[in-house]
Ligand binder design. Structure first.
Ligand SMILES: N[C@@H](CCC(=O)N[C@@H](CSC=O)C(=O)NCC(=O)O)C(=O)O
Length: 276
């Protein structure tokens, strides 16, 4: 693993690291914020999965999470959203290919050789960060934005027991019924829609429910609101008696101005579960 950069940040260190990924068969870059407390002992960790068009850098520089994570004494991991490189397949559209891995393992060509983002964020990167940094693997929580909110929700519902809490900013809640989902799942997973269900938060909630606290915020002026289907997730969560706060925030859109506004509350929500 190579250190790309390390900067002092709110008393801790904001690092960027690059490593060879077995999952994707490419070099992968991620951001990791370690609070000051990590100098003495392993600290809890909050995963942040980013949305379409993002690299590891967008949330790291725009979400304003480090100040709150430093206050709470927790680490933050910012993975990339797809494999990168000249030999990695891509598409002209911003919502397929590079920057749009959707946190699934592609089975279809031309995507299958490198687009293994589920394995990367669920297995490979957690193993890498917990073995190389002062991170307590028994205290993990997860959040994300939009496509990354979809990833956070599906990881939390599929890997029950891994995370202590889950939250999302404007998540894609029902991708099998959305233009942010159907095209991508058909491309990455094939036309058999039965194989898509494992990556749909609404369907997972209806089937399995959720045994950890959930917080979702979505803006009422979200320009992509029709693609997100927040209300359907709320209905399913109520039916399953999930411990969920699913909130519509008046006047906010889909941008990082919205994410950064509510970041303090999300970090505090996770810190409560991570330190319990
Ligand atoms: N380029 C597209 C919209 C892209 C966009 O809004 N991306 C969001 C995530 S959307 C869902 O996953 C984002 O986080 N962008 C990066 C940022 O720094 O804001 C278009 O123009 O329609």
């Amino acid at each position: 693993m190579e250190t790309v950069s390390e900067n002092r940040c709110f008393g801790g260190v904001q690092g960027v690291y690059r490593h060879k990924s077995e999952a994707t068969g490419t070099d992968m870059t991620f951001g990791l914020f370690l609070p000051e407390e990590a100098e003495d002992a392993p600290v809890p960790v909050l995963w942040y999965l980013s949305g379409l068009t993002c690299t590891h850098e967008n949330a790291m520089t725009k979400a304003g999470a480090q100040a709150w994570a430093a206050e709470a004494g927790i680490a933050l991991v910012f993975p990339d959203t797809s494999p990168r490189g000249e030999d990695v397949a891509d598409d002209d559209a911003y919502d397929l290919g590079k920057g749009a891995g959707f946190y699934v393992n592609a089975t279809e060509l031309p995507w299958a050789p490198h687009f293994k983002m589920w394995d990367y964020v669920a297995e490979e990167l957690p193993a890498l960060v917990t073995s190389n940094f002062a991170i307590n693997e028994d205290r993990q929580s997860i959040t994300g934005h939009s496509m990354g909110g979809h990833g956070a929700l599906t990881l939390a519902m599929s890997l029950q027991g891994r995370y202590r809490s889950v939250s999302a900013f404007s998540p894609i809640c029902n991708p099998t019924a959305s233009d942010w989902g159907r095209k991508q799942f058909a491309s990455y997973l094939g036309e058999d829609e039965a194989k898509w269900a494992a990556h749909d938060a609404l369907l997972l909630m209806a089937e399995k429910g959720l045994d950890i606290p959930l917080l979702v915020d979505t803006g009422t002026n979200d320009q992509f609101g029709d693609l997100l289907m927040t209300e359907k997730l709320a209905e399913a969560a109520v039916k399953k008696r999930a411990e969920a706060a699913i909130r519509l925030q008046k006047g906010y859109d889909h941008s990082y101005f919205f994410v950064s506004t509510f970041m303090e509350e999300h970090v505090a929500f996770h810190a409560k579960a991570l330190w319990a």
